[in-house]
Design a protein around this ligand. Sequence first.
Ligand code: SF4
Ligand code: SF4
Length: 287
Amino acid sequence: MKITVTGGKGGTGKSTVATNLAWALSKKYHVVLVDADVECPDDHILLSTNLSEEEDVNLFKPKFDYKKCTACGLCVENCSEHALVKFKEGYPFLMPTLCSGCRTCQLVCPEKGAILDDYRFVGNTYHVKAHDNLELVTGLLGEGEERSYPIVLAARKRALSIPADIHLFDTMPGTGNHVAAAIEDSKIVIAVSEPTPLGEHDLEMILKLLKKLNLKAWIVINRSDLGSTEKHKEIVDKYDAEIIAEIPMNNEILDSYVSGVPVVEKYPDGEAAKIFNDIVRRIEEVM
Ligand code: SF4
Ligand code: SF4
């Protein structure tokens, strides 16, 4: 079963929710947690593990053979990313960081062999066992790279190749294709929000995306005593979602965050652990 923890905005406590649910679920099930927040993955820190078993992620890029190229310009005209510019003589030139690796240039080129395969490094994936029943796959975007999508796809592919009872995805903030790629095929989507104007705005954005994907969301309001949750309730009703938990600010969570031990492990009888264990019971009802 695939579960996704998401949230329109960064810093809402997505990773805290994902790591605690993964840890609590792994008491009974084999869980693969996937840190798809590839610009700033931190699940390994919250679980006190290292990034290990590194694999490179390489993306196609065109390599021009100017002896065969006739400077017809078709590749430049058809590159939707504007990653190709024309030299004065009409020959194409690549700006690598803009290239998505879609191969359209190669497909439209009428001269056989004028565009050859080349690759560029865009990031890494990692794999580590947090304990016997909990594995963590992490995607990390390369320095200076802007395209997170291929890394999310690579982390997703690597994670799904590991047999498990539950694959639990922790997405990037936002609502772009990098988030949609992680959410796809989820049986349960948990959106983490907080009661601030920005939190309200971003909650609506993520619920719009989920509606398009025909997925119902469970909402967790983190730091629920930070402000009024009335507006959240209106938005949730509008999109036929459901608030399943409200987590007030809590010293146990803060302490477990700093010490790199999930609160469900460090304070198993505390208030926060009770909330996470209630969510686990809900998950089990739909498994
Ligand atoms: S692979 Fe796609 S994005 Fe890259 S240069 Fe070719 S057409 Fe443009
Ligand atoms: S489409 Fe092929 S032949 Fe035309 S400019 Fe591009 S590389 Fe050269």
